[in-house]
Design a binder for this molecule. Structure first.
Ligand SMILES: Nc1ncnc2c1ncn2[C@@H]1O[C@H](COP(=O)(O)OP(=O)(O)OP(=O)(O)O)[C@@H](O)[C@H]1O
Ligand SMILES: [Mg+2]
Length: 293
């Protein structure tokens, strides 16, 4: 069955089938978001239809880069046991004039044929930026494709759950954010101490190290303002440091607290280098989105 579905998807080129790799065990924090998903699962299944629950349409995840938006889309696919299709919004706007709208329509038709499924539209702002105001040379194509997408979202009756992600809210047309399009808009922000604790543990365990053998408390303290991706990067960097030391002169040497501390000290998180970006997002999220964790 899955094989057949994969075939349909290959033909279109705009949709990509993603194998289920991550689960929510790989995600640190984002408790609110997970809880929301857990409550919607019955509604996504037939059981919920019989109980009269409205079919979940989708969520928009807005947030700080590297905090787990894409990871969440992949984990949701495992949690709901539904195939994950990634829609490349850039490819919808192909080079052939007049093809963009039909590209989107055929991608939608494919997703519906494959449903129940998760349709993941990453960095949605890149495709729909300026849909409200005409871009020079665009002649309204973006606006038309955008309109097609919005009306599909509004009228959708098939179990195609959309997970759209965005980093830049300024670029999103306001219609996108209006109620009724997405079930909810979540803000995925920088992890707090409890979440960082979980994230350090996840990434150490992924590299086959026992998290309890390390000074997690110091790592959590030292990584204030770090994203999940930056924490993962530190673990990787520390592993290289350890490997290098072992090669040099210490054959028994494994990853140490010092390696991790040194990697941490060598990293400048985005929150430090570009604080204005994050502050702007936070100010927007306060009134426009629900917190993911
Ligand atoms: N909350 C988290 N828990 C565990 N790992 C995380 C978390 N957030 C990020 N990571 C790690 O960082 C990687 C990159 O994160 P991800 O791609 O999900 O970020 P993103 O929010 O989609 O960022 P971008 O806006 O740049 O696309 C993940 O694959 C994962 O390994
Ligand atoms: Mg992403």
């Amino acid at each position: 069955m899955i094989k057949e579905k994969t075939q349909i998807i290959r033909k279109t080129g705009i949709l990509e089938f993603y194998p289920q790799t991550d689960s929510f065990n790989d995600v640190g924090g984002l408790a609110e978001l997970r809880d929301w998903f857990a409550k919607r699962l019955p509604a996504f299944n037939e059981e919920g239809g019989r109980a009269g629950l409205p079919l979940p349409k989708g969520v928009l995840l807005v947030g700080v880069p590297g905090c787990g938006k894409s990871l969440t889309a992949r984990a949701l696919s495992s949690a709901w046991n539904a195939p994950l299709l990634r829609l490349d919004i850039g490819r919808v706007f192909g080079s052939i004039v007049g093809k963009s709208e039909s590209n989107l329509r055929s991608a939608i038709a494919t997703a519906e044929a494959v449903s129940p499924c998760i349709l993941w539209i990453d960095e949605v702002e890149k495709g729909f930026a300026g849909a409200g105001s005409r871009r020079p040379g665009d002649s309204g194509v973006t606006a038309r494709v955008f309109g097609t997408f919005l009306s599909w979202m509004q009228e959708k009756r098939s179990p195609v759950f959309v997970v759209a992600t965005a980093n830049k809210i300024e670029a999103l047309p306001p219609e996108f954010l209006r109620k009724g399009r997405f079930d909810e808009i979540f803000f995925v922000g920088l992890p707090g101490p409890k979440e960082r604790d979980a994230i350090w543990r996840i990434h150490l365990a992924k590299r086959h190290r026992d998290p309890d053998a390390y000074d997690i408390e110091s790592l959590v303290k030292g990584s204030g303002g770090f994203s999940g991706a930056e924490i993962e990067q530190c673990v990787n960097d520390a592993l290289f440091r350890a490997f290098d030391a072992r090669h040099q002169q210490q054959p028994d040497r494994d990853l140490s607290d010092d390696d991790l501390a040194n990697a941490l000290a060598a990293t400048t998180p985005l929150a430090k280098s570009r604080p204005q970006d994050i502050e702007r997002l936070l100010a927007w999220a306060e009134h426009n989105a629900r917190r993911a964790g």
